[in-house]
Design a protein around this ligand. Sequence first.
Ligand code: ADP
Ligand code: MG
Length: 268
Amino acid sequence: MQVVSISSLKGGVGKTSVTLGLASAALNQGISTLVVDLDPHADATTGLGVEPGTSRPIGELLRNPRKGSIDEAATRSSWALRQERRQPRTPARLDVAQGSALTGYFDRPDLRVRDLRRLSRVLSTSRQYELVLIDCPPSLSGLTRMAWFASHGVTLVAEPSLFSVAGTERSMRALELFRRDFDTPLSTVGVVANRYRETSPEHAFRLAELRTMFGDQLLTPVVPETPNWQQIQGAAHAVNHWPGDAATETAKVFDGLLRTIRASLPTN
Ligand SMILES: Nc1ncnc2c1ncn2[C@@H]1O[C@H](COP(=O)(O)OP(=O)(O)O)[C@@H](O)[C@H]1O
Ligand SMILES: [Mg+2]
């Protein structure tokens, strides 16, 4: 099982969108996947076509890791049902550990190591996934650190804007401190530049800045600003299933990014 956190210090840069894009690519590539929705907003849960509150949320499992397993609590994404209708012979597994306000309880800066291990413990009982994608909240507080503790790698998300570039550098430093403090082999699986507009000189400038700062860690291809992205998310569809050239192009980008990310993570 490969576990990867999708994080950033800043909100609104596209963590949930990148998580969902990667989940769509995983479905397309036939990889059995669990999305852990750690953000109390539960946007990933909604985006995956699951009504929050229809199964035990991840927050409840974190509070009582011994009561029930993640494999039982996880809910099937409506994307998987749609995928099976498209390709009836290939079983598709894409589940979500539902987000809820309950996780907010752990979003504190003062969690003890015992508490930081809670998500690792919950995931350690799972037997059915090749890939776990953790959608983190927009802070580097308790929940994100809990996610990092449970992960093999972290992918940071940045927008080509001044504040996001600065925030990504701070996140990178926080990751280094985390590795040092807890002596974990957690790897940085790159920075995804999201919402890139080709026609914007400012975006070109900030992308060049990201390249200078992070070198090879800036993952390619970059994710373009996709005109109907909000419509796709609003309809709770996988980008792979959405018609039109723009969605097809973005789906290809996520297919490539998922391959790159998985190739740099250990295989079990
Ligand atoms: N590549 C993209 N193209 C167009 N809109 C995007 C893209 N990525 C994100 N968005 C939009 O930006 C907003 C914030 O994205 P979101 O994924 O919710 O960020 P976060 O999870 O970091 O808070 C959402 O309305 C989303 O639809
Ligand atoms: Mg989000």
